[in-house]
Write a protein of this length. Structure first.
Ligand code: CTP
Ligand code: CA
Length: 226
């Protein structure tokens, strides 16, 4: 192509995307989770598919329909997510995007029977969950990895810290304290950081943001792959 910057395509690329919340069971009727709707991850999956990629979505429980042509593999817990994402990457993966809102902790024991109420207060003991994104990015055969950072303050500081600490190629920072944006909303505004640059995208519909994000990622992926 002469004198132009056509937006890079993802034709022939295999893409794995995590999306939605995880659920960490306490007993047969209760769990710990969060407000993630999965909309951003599903919009990215649709945009990656439209750019020509083969897409696997590793998804927690959400109420969003699977995008046409995208394979959805459902999971419940953070531990399930680590296993299923690892399997999907083993099958071949050029690009890994983690949009999931993974529970950082899970109950340290699962009560086989429903817990009955007794005292005026109770304590739940929690243990740290594995980090799927950091695990995939740390592999010797790591694909190009893109993380998300949901923050309520010092957004740039924490995002850059996660980019470096998790050894990511890009991070998409999201100020979840902004009213009407982010979690559960159809709209979002993000700033993308990578080692050589940054770009603010939005505010706008998640579907439009997703297309721009995929174009930006495809450009960087092309640079890296040569
Ligand atoms: N992530 C993951 N597995 C986890 C936790 C996070 O794959 N157990 C991924 C998320 O999908 C996201 C990125 O890591 O792409 C950052 O998630 P976030 O919750 O913002 O960061 P944490 O590293 O968990 O740090 P903290 O919650 O303390 O800010
Ligand atoms: Ca977290």
């Amino acid at each position: 192509l002469v004198g132009g910057t056509a937006s890079a395509s993802l034709a022939g690329r295999r893409v794995v995307i995590t999306a939605g919340p995880t659920r960490e069971p306490i007993d047969p009727v209760r769990y710990i989770s969060n407000h993630s709707s999965g909309k951003m991850g599903y919009a990215l999956a649709a945009a990656a598919r439209a750019a020509g990629a083969e897409v696997v979505l590793v998804s927690g429980p959400v109420a969003v329909a699977a995008p046409a042509g995208v394979e959805v593999r459902g999971i419940m817990t953070a531990q399930d997510m680590l296993e299923e994402a690892g399997r999907a990457v083993d099958e071949g993966c050029d690009l890994f995007i983690a949009t999931a809102a993974v529970a950082d902790y899970r109950p340290d024991t699962f009560a086989g029977d429903k817990i009955k109420k007794s005292n005026e207060s109770m304590n739940l003991s929690l243990v740290r969950n594995p980090d799927t994104l950091a695990t995939i990015a740390g592999r010797s055969d790591a694909p190009f990895t893109v993380g998300f950072a949901a923050e309520t303050r010092d957004v740039e500081h924490y995002a850059l810290d996660k980019l470096a600490r998790k050894k990511l190629n890009m991070i998409v920072a999201n100020d979840v304290s902004a009213p009407g944006l982010g979690f559960n909303s159809d709209n979002n505004a993000v700033t993308v950081f990578w080692p050589q640059g940054r770009e603010a995208i939005g505010p706008g519909p998640k579907a439009v943001l997703a297309q721009r994000l995929i174009a930006l990622i495809a450009d960087q992926l092309t640079d890296k792959a040569g």
